[in-house]
Ligand binder design. Structure first.
Ligand code: CP3
Length: 352
């Protein structure tokens, strides 16, 4: 089967679910700690980053959910924070606390020239995953590459890790040192273009921009910090690889900003979080863009009737246009794997 005939790629390129038979699907964080086989492999590998930079482990972990549930998309196993690390800012993960990035780093020292020294194992993972998907007969599954949105990545870089107060420090920094902040965004943007290009050359068939903290800014700031860098990345990727779908996920953006994002940026698909009003989703879909989303991960965690009802509602409302089923944010680590199996059956048996 030619890769451009895969249903999920047809959906990203604007075909209706009806002509595809059923909605294609995958889940953000489908590879991860809710799976016993992930936890098992993680024990052997050591830390999370040891797994990311080991192509054998990372390719296995990418395939684990596909072997169980047969999703139409395999999301590359990596992290958005490998970019700051490749640019020279130290990165580590502390158990129970999440990511940490070197504090008081001099952003003048960000260095684009050697990023592949750090990132080349990720490209090797990409080729391995493509090879394994083929060998194991997953002809309908595409490999999706990704990077973080520059605003989200810059939030972690300036904060030095996760934040409990909505990255107040970052907003203050952007206000007090606008030129330095802009430089961080620019370097991360250029690094991301290179990183995605290399992922595509190694075999990724679609790419997603994870702008998880898009909702922290609105209006002019949204335009400057989210839309412009995302547009630069999407445009550069489209110019070099016009056939590769680009998915944008500006999580928690307010409806007006979300619509501007969809209108101004050359993305094929827009990922929606679970708070997006249905009218906003339909407005975007009517412009010909594919919608991706947006089951609440809490409902997948809980399972049962609540989950079933929302899944049916989403499929009924969104599968009249171009649509790829996903969550509104990542799988929660306490989610029972059986709930994912149930979700897979619901999606596969639903007919619009
Ligand atoms: O299935 C997949 O989605 C796998 C690939 C993937 C990971 N992180 C693996 C991961 C992707 C696409 C990401 C993106 C990512 N990473 C984002 C954007 C999406 C989102 O969730 O909002 C962000 C903000 C990060 C940064 C990051 N990485 C944080 C804040 C954490 C700690 C959170 C936690 O749950 O502990 C990580 C670690 C991380 N990235 C894990 C995984 C599977 C957990 C690592 C482990 O302990 O095994």
């Amino acid at each position: 089967m030619q890769s451009n005939n895969k249903n999920i790629l047809r959906a990203y390129k604007g075909e209706n679910t009806k002509s595809l038979g059923r909605s294609p699907w995958w889940l953000m964080r489908q590879a991860g700690r809710y799976l016993p086989e992930y936890r098992e492999l993680r024990k052997t590998a050591g830390g999370f980053l040891d797994m990311v930079y080991n192509p054998e482990f990372a390719s296995e972990v990418t395939l684990q959910p596909i072997r169980r549930y047969g999703m139409d998309g395999a999301i590359l196993f990596s992290d958005i924070l490998v970019i700051p690390q490749a640019l020279g800012q130290k990165l580590w993960f502390e158990t129970g606390e999440g990511p940490k990035l070197e504090q008081n780093f001099d952003f003048e020292k960000l260095d684009l020239s050697k990023i592949d020294d750090t990132l080349s194992p990720v490209y090797e993972t990409v080729s391995k995953v493509r090879q394994k998907l083929k060998e194991e007969g997953f002809d309908h599954t595409v490999l999706i590459g990704f990077c973080g949105g520059p605003w989200t990545v810059a939030c972690y870089m300036v904060q030095g890790g996760s934040s409990r107060d909505g990255f107040e420090k970052v907003k203050n920094f952007a206000g007090a040192k606008p030129d330095v902040f802009q430089k961080v965004l620019d370097v991360v943007t250029d690094a991301s273009i290179h990183y995605l290009s290399r992922q595509i050359e190694a075999g990724c068939e679609a790419v997603q921009l994870f702008e998880s903290w898009a909702g922290l800014v609105e209006g002019n700031e949204f335009e400057k910090f989210v839309i412009r860098p995302n547009q630069k990345i999407a445009r550069a990727v489209k110019e070099k690889y016009p056939d590769i779908p680009v998915i944008g996920f500006p999580r928690a953006a307010v409806p007006e900003d979300l619509k501007s994002y969809a209108k101004e940026i050359d993305v094929n698909a827009v990922g929606l979080d679970y708070d997006v009003p249905l009218e906003t989703a339909l407005d975007i879909q009517k412009t010909g863009k594919c919608i991706q989303g947006n089951l609440n991960p809490d409902l997948l965690l809980a399972g049962g009737e609540g989950m079933k009802n929302q899944v049916r509602e989403i499929l009924q409302s969104l599968s009249t246009g171009p649509f790829v089923f996903n969550l509104g944010h990542g799988v929660i680590k306490e989610t029972p794997p059986e709930h994912v199996a149930e979700l897979a059956n619901l999606i596969k048996s639903y007919r619009s």
